[in-house]
Design a protein around this ligand. Structure first.
Ligand code: SF4
Length: 334
């Protein structure tokens, strides 16, 4: 089994050249019209070690959520490998892949919408347990659910209540309890705090960090709020139009962003010091995110890039750098 030789952490997940493309049926009345190809994810590589948090950032529509869903198998990969503890999940049978779901769980963006309103909180949290361990008695299930409710800061005596009786922050704690009940090795958090008030966001992020330290969890944390990502992540992947533009250790990436897109994203993050905040120069991005159905040739960022030249329309930049900091741009060096 692979380990990081510096700190002997176990390599849990390796994603190689992952692509998720969708065929969009043509609206033409001509029966031979070809479907269009939407390139939601177009060749992403990551590694995730035990106990590590990888933040994933980028504008809405950049493919973050599709990427996360492809890792866990909720959407089919078109190409590439998702290697979990040495097994390529894209090659496993459905039943073998289902078994791996014990180890990888997901927390969703809208806490209330992700919970079945007709089920009690106890039944919601117990559902994965009953699915994977049908041999457990009712009392054993109930004891584990109560223990998990306590761990995530919910009163165990609320076990028979329904989701609408809880606040948004409490609903997200229910979602976390459901994700943790099988004692997974990794949780994919898909914008888990973006639907919550700012004060509640901090509580949920801190809860995730505490649980991570206690249980040794690995997290893939998707968000568009860079302050939250900076707080929770060990490394950060920046995505644009289904492509990696920059990846690096959090300190290196936030102190010295290289790619013009990352620089623009970072320049919009508020600085707590009012003097520095007033003096700060925001690097504005021109134009809209292009359609992933018809992405620009060469570098996908070229239509909005202040540094773009003729080369950028011809050549797709390759990742250069190392695991500490890597960037995909023809004009900047790490
Ligand atoms: S490759 Fe060219 S267009 Fe792309 S980010 Fe670099 S300079 Fe800009």
């Amino acid at each position: 089994m692979s380990t990081d030789m510096n700190n002997q952490k176990e390599l849990l997940l390796e994603v190689k050249n992952l692509k998720v493309h969708f065929d969009i049926p043509s609206k033409s009345l001509w029966p031979w019209a070809k479907p269009s190809r939407l390139k939601a994810v177009d060749g992403i590589d990551i590694q995730l070690y035990q106990g590590e948090t990888l933040g994933v950032v980028g504008e809405s529509g950049c493919g973050k959520s599709t990427f996360a869903r492809a890792i866990i198998g909720l959407v089919e990969a078109t190409e590439g490998q998702v290697i979990w503890l040495g097994d390529d999940l894209t090659q496993l049978s459905k039943s073998a892949r289902r078994e791996t779901r014990k180890d990888m769980q997901m927390i969703f963006q809208d806490p209330l919408a992700s919970l079945n309103p007709r089920m009690s909180v106890g039944d919601i949290i117990a559902e994965p347990l009953k699915t994977f361990y049908p041999e457990l008695s009712k009392d054993e299930v109930k004891a584990q659910v109560k223990e998990m409710m306590d761990k995530v800061g919910l009163l165990p005596n609320m076990i028979n209540r329904y989701p609408h009786e809880f606040s948004g922050g409490q609903c997200q704690r229910i979602g976390i309890a459901r994700a943790l009940i099988l004692k997974p090795k990794m949780i994919i958090c898909d914008e888990p705090v973006s639907a919550l008030d700012v004060s509640i966001q901090a509580q949920v992020v801190n809860l995730l960090k505490e649980l991570q330290n206690e249980l040794g969890l690995s997290l893939v944390f998707i968000a568009h709020d860079l302050s939250v990502v900076k707080h929770i992540s060990d490394r950060v992947l920046v995505m644009y139009l289904g492509n990696e533009v920059e990846m690096g250790e959090t300190a290196s990436l936030f102190s010295d962003p290289k790619h013009p897109y990352t620089r623009a994203l970072m320049s919009a993050v508020p600085i707590p010091d009012p003097h520095l905040e007033r003096a700060k120069k925001i690097e504005m991005l021109e134009g809209e995110l292009p359609s992933p159905i018809n992405p620009p040739s060469g570098c996908v960022f070229r239509t909005r890039c202040p540094l773009a030249d003729a080369d950028c329309a011809q050549t797709k930049p390759k990742r250069q750098g190392n695991h500490v900091h890597a960037v995909s741009c023809l004009k900047v060096q790490v």
